[in-house]
Design a protein around this ligand. Structure first.
Ligand code: FMN
Length: 175
């Protein structure tokens, strides 16, 4: 890798955010259990496949998020991909709601890692954290998938241009 330190950045954070608003993303809820067994979680879109063999994905979690210390201490997390229409659930995990209250709606179970798993998620990945890579404000959590549960059918809920969208609404608009 050649670090291009002589090329100066000219993109302000707000412009970067504007750019990222143009990237449609699946909505997930990242979950874990703290040392007292209490469930924690946050809404997240920064999720990416890494390798199939071994089965690994990464998630980026802001270190200032209240769930962050519990996730790192547990060394395990759940990645629950949320079906279309469950805005209320995502909003509960976007801050401002007390920890356990976030889990008041939805059929939550416990995965083999101990992380909360949403039974009606499009897919729920149960993971152990392999590595935490500090990246300025965030930690990139490299995770090995130790179990997963999928449901048949159903559409995803997308986050695009600062709003929750469904595939069917997007198709309707383009016609
Ligand atoms: C659509 C959406 C996507 C988000 N994606 C991420 C993400 O990928 N990583 C992250 O750390 N926070 C993300 N957040 C913000 C966290 O959900 C939010 O900071 C957190 O729930 C605040 O929790 P706290 O009140 O428990 O600290 C996202 C929020 C929304 C609404």
């Amino acid at each position: 890798l050649t670090l291009q330190t002589d090329i100066q950045p000219s993109v302000a954070p707000e412009r970067f955010r504007d750019g990222m608003r143009r990237v449609a993303a699946a909505c997930a809820i990242i979950t874990a259990r703290d040392e007292d067994g209490q469930r924690v979680g946050l809404a997240a879109t920064a999720i990416c496949s890494v390798t199939a063999d071994p089965p690994r994905l990464l998630v980026c979690v802001n270190r200032s998020v209240s769930a962050h210390p519990a996730i790192v201490a547990a060394g395990a997390l759940g990645v629950n991909i949320i079906p279309d229409g469950q805005h209320n659930l995502i909003q509960r995990f976007s801050g401002g709601t007390p920890r356990e209250e976030r889990f008041a709606i939805g059929p939550w179970r416990t995965g083999v890692s101990g992380a909360p798993i949403l039974a009606d998620a499009l897919v729920a990945f149960d993971c152990r954290i392999v590595e935490a890579i500090a990246a300025s404000t965030h930690d990139i959590l490299l995770c090995e998938v130790i179990d997963l549960v999928t449901t048949e059918g159903g559409d995803p809920m997308l986050y695009f241009d600062g709003a929750f969208r469904s595939l069917t609404a997007a198709a309707g608009q383009s016609q």
